[in-house]
Design a protein around this ligand. Sequence first.
Ligand code: SAH
Length: 255
Amino acid sequence: MAENYGKVYLVGSGPGDPELLTLKARRLNDTAEVIIYDQLPGKVILSSMPDSAEKIDAGKFAGKHTLTQNKINEAIVQQAKEGKMVVRLKGGDPYVFGRGGEEAEALVQEGIEFEIVPGITSAISVPAYAGIPVTHRESTSMVTFITGHEDPTKEESGLNWDALAKFEGTIVILMGVKMLRRNAEELIKNGKDSETPVALIERGTRPDQRVTVGTLASIADLAEERGVKAPAITVVGDVVRLHDILGEQLTGTEF
Ligand code: SAH
C-alpha cells in the first residue's frame, strides 16, 4: 500500500428510511473528505451529507453501462490516490447487485486500502416494510435474489428461467420494472403457475412507498395501469399473501 494513499469505504446506505442507515455508515459519512454517491440512497440520506465533504455524483459519469462503471472506479481510485478519506455511498448493500465487488477489485488492483460497510439490502427490507417476510415457516424456507434487468452488454440471458420456474422458494427481483412482462412470461412459459402471487413495491421504506399486488399473469398489466416506476422490488411467491395480513409499515420522514 502506498503510504500517502487515502482509504476508501464502500458504504451501504440501506433502502431509504434514514433510520436504517447503520451507525458506522453515519459516522463515516460525517467524517468523509469526499463522498462519491449514487441517487439510490434517496433524498433524505443524500441531503444529510455534511457540508465539509466534497460531493461527487457518480451519476454524472452516466453513459454506456460498462464505460460508466470504469469511470466511477477511476474517480474513486483518483480521489484515494490524492490521499483523501473517501466514502463511496451506495443504496442498500454495496455487494448486492451494487457493483461494489467491481469497485473493491479496482481498489485492490491499485493497492488502495478499503473497507466494506454492509448496508440493509432493499431485497429483504423493502418486502418487510410491505408486510412480506421473504421466508415463512409455513410457506417457504428458500429465497433467491435475481436481477430482472441484466447487463445490456451481455449477449445471452444469464438467468436460467427453467430452474427459476421450478424453484419453490420466494423469488425477489431487483431492477425488474423494465423487463417485468418478459420476466413474468418467462416464468409462466417455463412452467410456473400463472396464479402465483406477485407484489411490486416501489420506493420501499420511504413515505411514498406503494405496493401493487397481482399474479404472474396480471402483474405486468397492473404495473402499466398504475405507472409503476423504478426503484421497485418484485416479489414472486406465496409469501406475498402475507401482505394482506401483515399490512404495510410506513415511515414518517417526509421528503
Ligand atoms: N445494492 C442495492 C441494490 C442495487 S440495484 C441493495 O442492496 O438494495 C437497484 C435496485 O434495487 C432497484 O432497481 C430496485 O430493484 C432496488 N431498490 C433499491 N432501493 C429500493 C427501494 N427503496 N424500493 C424499492 N426498490 C429498491
